[in-house]
Design a protein around this ligand. Sequence first.
Ligand SMILES: *Cc1c(COP(=O)(O)O)cnc(C)c1O
Length: 400
Amino acid sequence: MGKSGVGMSDVKPLPDFLSYGSHYIDEADRKAVDEVLRSDRLTCGDKVDEFEKALCVKVNGQYAVCCSNGTTALHMASYALDIQVGDKVVVPTITFLATANAPHFCGADIIFADVDPQTALLTPETFQKAIDNADGQIKAVFPVHIAGHVCDMEGISKIARANDIAIIEDACHAFGSIYKDNPVGSCEYSDMTMFSFHPVKNIAMGEGGAILTNSQNYAERMQRFRSHGMIKNDDMAMWEYQMPDPGMNYRLTDIQCALGLSQLDKLDQFKNHRQTLRKKYAQCLQGHGDLIQLMPVADHSDACWHLAVALIDFSKLSIDRDGLMRELADLNIGTQVHYIPVHTQPYYKKIKVFDLPNAMAYYDRALTLPLHMNMTQDHVEAITSNLLEILQRFGLKDVA
Ligand SMILES: *Cc1c(COP(=O)(O)O)cnc(C)c1O
């Protein structure tokens, strides 16, 4: 225990360090990977097709194009839409860097949008405001389903349709979530939906990503882009291939897809457990008003919770976020902040300064607590009692 722990009697360090997110691998996963390793195809084999088919079934989508990670998925989706130099796209500022960087690499100017200060989601109102501020045609919008709960896609798509704007859902946090009656990925209210299967996300593939779409045109463009822009067909000579447009190598291996398939079998179980843990957090953190609360749930979504975000009013406490994170780390509790508003990054600030007050109000209070499959409800109790114990030393009081 660090120096800050001296003299504290009521905190109880966890026996092992718990990070804010983590993968869960079982014997079936190891067997599935081992099978591929013993086969004669490590990449470009059957497991890739199998994984894509399974994804389509799972999320009720028509086409799935898997790729090397979530960032390349965003790049492929931007390419499929033909985003070019000078095009404008709307990206909510509370997201990971990649949501903005991928279309920006295609040449797009990023119009950062504000978010709801409680849920951190892009809303129809903040989307409309970004359009009004943009002064010119917008090519695409990238709603981000932060923490696993889903944006008001019906409202957002109404505005997008009226303004001829394509929608790419960044659902890296929301694999397994359901919006109204349909799984995220069914693209009921969007052109494309992309996922990441980084180990910290809802299922793990080492690295991995996918785009779901109901457009054959987008799917074919992405399949080509994923493999150098090459086409090959039966009319060609045995050795021949053609490249109508250049592409990249953004493929996934059969090793990864075998792991993905095996993890997919556990998604419902993962979702259940993540929901149970989040409910426990909500129980354990209630009763302190605005001083500390769990991020409220967007009302129309059945979320496969990726993150447990606590909103803490540090302006009313005598400890800052960094101080609290250090105290918690001393007790073996890993925390993180999702996310630093992307519009405040040095690079994007250099291009254009945005005033997005709700996003900043959210950012000032956000702290992500551990939520993953290697945890029990007892962990949540231990985490929250330590957290409240610390905050009580720094001015937290119960609200009657
Ligand atoms: C993880 C993540 C990405 C990038 O996915 P990678 O697989 O890490 O490249 C993009 N957007 C969001 C919201 C993410 O959480």
